[in-house]
Write a protein that binds this ligand. Structure first.
Ligand code: SAH
Length: 244
């Protein structure tokens, strides 16, 4: 008999931000599989479940492994940080199950994504229409990312930037911000959130003109305001148009 696969988003890091359904599903699994950093984050509060960590950039192997475990009749959870359906493991896992031709049950459990964690820590910058953009061009061509930035800017969207910069990928952020400056004013507020809901959490607010002078890395989410975003009492707020 086939087992079951849960695809779970474990939120930004802290246990208090893992939804109860995710906790219950993980606790009811025989095995939990995920990238090492995320397995280490859940290790303190998951008991008596086998935890299997795997390396970065091994996503397809990880999904095949999960499928093989489920085929033996076990319940297995595949975890991603934030929401597994937002730059996470949900899509590739569903593709691999489909390709295998098995009828294994798959359930996707949502999580709190970096955009909403960062939004809450900054105030209320995502109050109106916003987009998420990943600046990683490992799997999306860079020309398409730039096109999407320009499209978002021409619609005056607030933007949550995932994967803004890594040790080897530095130029992309510079090009992205300079592209935004062609559309948005230099004093547009920009929120910088590092390690949201984790031990080394850092939150600050700067401007589009200044953000390239700030320390941004792969643990950072940037929230770029739009023409309606202000800093009010130290919080970043996008007006939604209420009259009062
Ligand atoms: N599935 C995840 C995103 C994975 S992409 C989610 O829904 O949140 C990885 C990127 O997410 C990082 O480069 C960073 O930009 C962002 N991110 C993930 N966790 C974060 C955290 N705790 N604090 C700030 N940014 C985070």
């Amino acid at each position: 008999m086939n087992g079951k696969i849960y695809i779970i988003g474990t939120g930004p890091g802290d246990k208090d931000f893992v939804i109860p359904k995710a906790l219950i599903s993980m606790q009811n699994s025989d095995i939990i599989v995920g990238y090492k950093t995320y397995i280490d984050l859940i290790r303190p509060f998951i008991t008596d479940v086998e935890l299997v960590s795997s390396g970065m950039k091994k996503e397809v192997d990880r999904c095949s492994e999960v499928l093989e475990i489920a085929k033996t009749g076990k319940t297995v959870s595949l975890i991603s940080s934030g929401d597994a359906g937002i730059y996470g493991m949900a899509g590739i896992m569903l593709e691999i199950v489909e390709k295998s031709g098995t009828d294994i049950e798959v359930e996707v459990v949502p999580g709190i994504s970096a955009a909403t964690s960062a939004g809450a820590l900054l105030g209320a910058p995502l109050m109106n229409d916003f987009v998420t953009l990943s600046l990683s061009d490992l799997m999306t061509p860079w020309e398409l990312i730039v096109k999407r930035i320009k499209t978002a800017c021409s619609g005056d969207f607030v933007m949550a930037l995932y994967n803004p910069k890594s040790k080897t990928r530095v130029k992309q952020l510079e090009i992205a911000i300079n592209t935004m400056l062609e559309y948005y004013k230099g004093d547009t507020p920009v929120g910088i959130v590092k390690h949201a809901m984790r031990e080394k959490q850092e939150v600050s607010i700067t401007t589009l003109d200044d953000v390239l002078n700030q320390d941004v890395d792969m643990f950072t989410t940037l929230v770029i305001g739009n023409s309606q975003t202000r800093v009010i009492n130290g919080k970043m707020v996008t007006k939604r148009g209420y009259t009062y």
